[in-house]
Design a protein around this ligand. Structure first.
Ligand code: CA
Length: 230
């Protein structure tokens, strides 16, 4: 489970971040001061640090520099209420990887966190077989079975199912699925996504044995899809 350190003195924001991140499967620690953050970074290692630049005890840019030295491998995302471009530049130069300007949307924040952690995730995570209920996916062999029956999938159908299965129970936006499965710079119609989802549902249902409830792909209107393990 990826570990995230939230450094934020504003309690309502911290609580919101904490519950959203936990709900998405992250292990969250919270520090409300720069001193607290530096102390935590000395005893534990974090995959990602979410750092508010406006802390009560130390300048955020300085904290960022210190954190970067102590946690060379973690992704640092700055949260800033300041619109001043120079602060953002100073923050990025002091070792931050990304920034979000307050007020930020939780959906965008989660998408950024996911994208960063995907980039830094160990690659062998992606090659081990996935077992979700009666659904088995072998990423190396590119095979899929439901209730022990082979499910013949086309290339993009397989990629799409593998992408959904990487984060079961998580709402994935259409944009994320399109960019991960088809093309990083996809701006066209996303109709092809719905067509592939329909094919996956049909093929999985066909292979499932009577009385067996394999994972289902739920449509989230206006958002995207989620793979549900039942
Ligand atoms: Ca603050």
């Amino acid at each position: 489970m990826p570990r995230i350190l939230v450094v934020e003195d504003d309690e309502p924001i911290s609580r919101l971040l904490d519950s959203a991140l936990r709900a998405n499967g992250y292990d969250v620690c919270w520090a409300r001061t720069a001193a607290g953050a530096l102390a935590q970074s000395q005893v534990g290692s974090f995959d990602l640090v979410m750092l508010d630049l406006g802390l009560p005890d130390l300048d955020g840019v300085e904290v960022c520099r210190d954190l970067r030295l102590r946690q060379p491998l973690s992704v640092i995302v700055m949260l800033t209420a300041r619109r001043d471009e120079m602060d953002v530049v100073a923050g990025l130069e002091s070792g931050a990887d990304d920034y979000l300007t307050k007020p930020f949307g939780m959906v965008e924040l989660l998408a950024r966190v996911r994208a960063h952690l995907r980039r830094t995730a160990p690659s062998d995570d992606r090659s081990s077989p996935v077992r979700l209920g009666s659904l088995h996916i072998d990423l190396m062999a590119r095979t899929c079975r439901v209730s022990g029956t082979d499910v013949p999938l086309r290339t993009k159908e397989f990629d799409l199912l593998a992408r959904l299965a990487r984060e079961p129970g998580t709402a994935l936006t259409r944009e994320l699925l399109m960019s991960d499965v088809w093309d990083e710079n996809w701006f066209g119609s996303t109709k092809t996504l719905d067509v592939h989802i329909a094919a996956l549902r049909r093929k999985i249902a066909l292979a499932a044995e009577d009385g067996d409830a394999p994972p289902a792909i739920t449509t989230l209107r206006g958002h995207g899809y989620r793979l549900e393990v039942r």
